[in-house]
Design a protein around this ligand. Sequence first.
Ligand code: TYM
Length: 377
Amino acid sequence: MKKGFNVTPWEVSGDVNYKKLMKDFGLEGINKDILKKIEKNAGELHFMLKRKVFFAGRDLNWVLDEYEKGNNFFLYTGRGPSGPIHLGHLGVWVFTKWLQDKFGADLWFQWTDDEKFLLGKKDSFEEIEEIMRENMYDVIALGFNPKKTHFLIDTKHAGLIYPEAIKVAKKITYSMVRSSFGMNKSSNVGMIFYTAIQAVPAFLPSVINKKKIPCLIPHAVDQDPHFRLTRDILPKLGYFKPASIQSSFLPPLTGMHGKMSSSQPESNTAILTTDSPAEVERKIKKYAFSGGQKTTEEHRKKGGNPEIDVSYQYLKMFFEPDDAKLKKIHDDYKSGTLLTGELKEILIEKINSFLKEHQRKRELAKKRIDEFLFRIN
Ligand code: TYM
């Protein structure tokens, strides 16, 4: 437990201090040179990079150098199907799709049904399979290229994954797992083994193609402990260390602590991709933490604080890509010209128009899972 906050793949709590986290995890910042290199090759900079939503990484310089030499990377990311998809997950995937489009990269997408079963949040494996199918609709709806996107389901592609996972597992001791994830004597043996499974897609394309291929993993910072271990092991097996690009968390509606999560029984802290316009409006109006003043008069006089205002943060991290428009909202809110209620209305409108289109594509996605499942030819 870090002082004041805790970040592991299975628990995020407290007021995350990203500077301290970078130090604790040993992450590299995304400096100007890296941004320039991305911009040069992509032709533009994604607003999530400009605004430091993606704020850290590992070996980004190296993976971009390899790209410039003509040795393109593949992308690897994933989802543990424990509940419905919320807006927080979408940020990582929207950015991953941008990388796929701009760099012409293949994407390997891991579905960790085993992890979520072992973690014990759901007792029924069948229920997890159902959630996974629903989650897949959301990923497909984002518009990934089916020819370049390969879904790997841990339990369905076990024949491919398991022989590689045991090679990783043999190089990981219990004490390494315990210090990375905080396991204890009552942790089940499946969870102790699990990190070896999440390591595999970082080198599986190299196994299949019989040559070393660079890998870039976009994820939020909670997944880093897995890939720190992966990076220690892969060179010992003759593969490259995977590079990563890492985002901060979209906060829960209720304030800038922890991360948006949909696993709680009452998902009032999260906006789900299946929420109706009325549901979005209700949640934002009732729960979105405000950085405004208590009364209109006071707000007009003193202004609001966008840094702690959840509605403003959602616009900044996801829903208002236009820098000039965002700046105006920021300045008007800070000066007191824009009221909390008006700021919330802007966000409600943005989320609902995004979700309208997403839900339409999500319906179409229901027939398309087969296009994305990896098959060995
Ligand atoms: P999972 O299903 O918990 O999360 C999926 C992805 O969403 C990110 N994430 C968030 N990002 C921003 N704001 C939030 N509030 C938020 N909540 C979750 C996660 O970091 C993740 O990128 N074990 C993994 C599945 C996995 C994986 C991977 C993820 C397998 N291989 C490779 C990333 C990369 C999991 O349970 O993710």
